[in-house]
Design a protein around this ligand. Structure first.
Ligand code: UD1
Length: 366
């Protein structure tokens, strides 16, 4: 007897997490394992540069189902994903809904599955920033309130779950699937075509990514932050792969200094090549702070909170906040060679997908 698991993927940061689980499931299947998957793409991210490129580079198979939910407000997106996924489960039930991360698709599918009595597993469960103004934090809290089994990245996440009353036998401390994918691809990273043209030198440029509504939706504060970045990076090239949400605000700004290079969202292998060789990365993403930690690259996070405190306690990341004035002193320390070295968190070792699949085989008897 086989067991059917829905793997839910919707937005860019989901794809690298799901890739490792798919690889581990395929490998167990080849050894006679009973788990099978149905890959459900919600369509939350739909541009080739936000979605298709990642499937291709990471060898993720074509989704079995695309719910084509695409854009809209938070509520519109949630509703479209829920309606689509409910119809799918009513047509053909699965035995488990596995969601990853903290995007709208994660929460929407977890709600639908649990209401239809399909158990939910949450990969990257238990992390919390405490900042309810971010949609991701709401998604984490709602998803974890109705998750059966938690696959966690850190002891901090385990402690958060225990504090909220989750029994020990529902928590599986397995490590980080995003890091599985990074470690599996380190040898394949490659420069983007523009790197030669710009003459990018190892340690001689910065990478920035900004897409959080709090940082990019209002043009005035966003422009001030960009000015602070350009001033603090002392004329070194600053490569800025622009997220579609950010592009909308950038269009309203009058012009940019020559050291700031706006480029399209980069595919996985090119983006991580850029990070690996950068002097530092300046970001408001969560996942990038983890990748920078593992690659030993200094990371400056332009947020006041993080749900990934181990990237600060152990890794190369530091919370700078959203006040542009705080950037220069941090960059001065970087240029003075005073940035911390960092170490790699426990179980971020490339084997997380295998641990998840082994646990699922025990939890879902045939
Ligand atoms: C989403 C996730 C965020 C993640 C980010 C990474 C939520 C709540 N947020 O935020 O956690 O870090 O993705 O990219 O789920 N758009 C396109 N093309 C696309 C995708 C989006 O043009 O392929 C446009 C949308 O139409 C929308 C904007 O970009 O106008 C924002 O997209 P959306 O998926 O709503 O949220 P993100 O800000 O990308």
């Amino acid at each position: 007897m086989t067991v059917l698991i829905d793997l839910i993927a919707g937005a860019r940061p989901n794809f690298m997490k799901i890739a490792s689980i798919i690889r581990s499931m395929e490998s167990r299947k080849a050894q006679g394992g009973a788990l099978r998957y149905r890959l459900v793409h919600t369509g939350q991210h739909y541009d080739a540069r936000m979605s298709g490129d990642f499937f291709e580079q990471l060898g993720i198979p074509e989704p079995d189902i695309n719910l084509a939910a695409s854009s809209g407000t938070q509520a519109e997106q949630t509703a479209a994903i829920m309606t689509g996924y409910e119809a799918l489960l009513l047509k053909q039930r699965s035995q488990l809904c596995l969601v990853v991360g903290d995007v709208t698709s994660t929460m929407a599918c977890a709600i639908v599955a649990q209401k239809l009595h399909v158990p939910v597993a949450h990969v990257e469960g238990g992390i919390r920033s405490g900042d309810w103004s971010m949609p991701e934090e709401i998604n984490r809290m709602v998803t974890d309130a109705i998750t059966n089994w938690f696959f966690t990245t850190s002891e901090v996440a385990n402690a958060n779950l225990r504090r909220s009353g989750v029994a020990e036998d529902r928590i599986f401390f397995v490590g980080n699937t995003m890091i599985d994918t990074l470690l599996a691809n380190l040898g394949r990273l490659r420069p983007p075509p523009f790197s030669d043209e710009m003459g990018l030198q190892p340690g001689g440029y910065f990478v920035i990514t900004l897409h959080r509504p709090a940082n990019v939706d209002a043009s005035g504060p966003f422009a001030q932050m960009l000015e602070a970045i350009v001033a603090g990076t002392r004329g070194l090239p600053v490569i800025f792969p622009v997220h579609p949400r950010t592009a909308k605000t950038l269009q309203t700004l009058p012009g940019f200094p020559p050291s700031l290079h706006l480029v399209d969202p980069q595919p996985y292998l090119e983006f991580n090549w850029l990070v690996k060789h950068a002097k530092a990365v300046i970001t408001d993403s969560g996942g990038i702070t983890e990748e920078a930690t593992v690659m030993g690259v200094p990371c400056l996070t332009l947020r006041d909170t993080t749900e990934r405190p181990e990237t600060i306690a152990l890794g190369t990341n530091e919370l700078i906040g959203t006040d542009p004035a705080r950037l220069k002193p941090a960059l001065d320390r970087l240029f003075a060679g005073q940035w911390k070295q960092g170490s790699i968190p426990e179980k971020w070792d490339g084997k997380t997908g295998e641990r998840i699949v082994s646990a699922l085989e025990r939890l879902l008897p045939t």
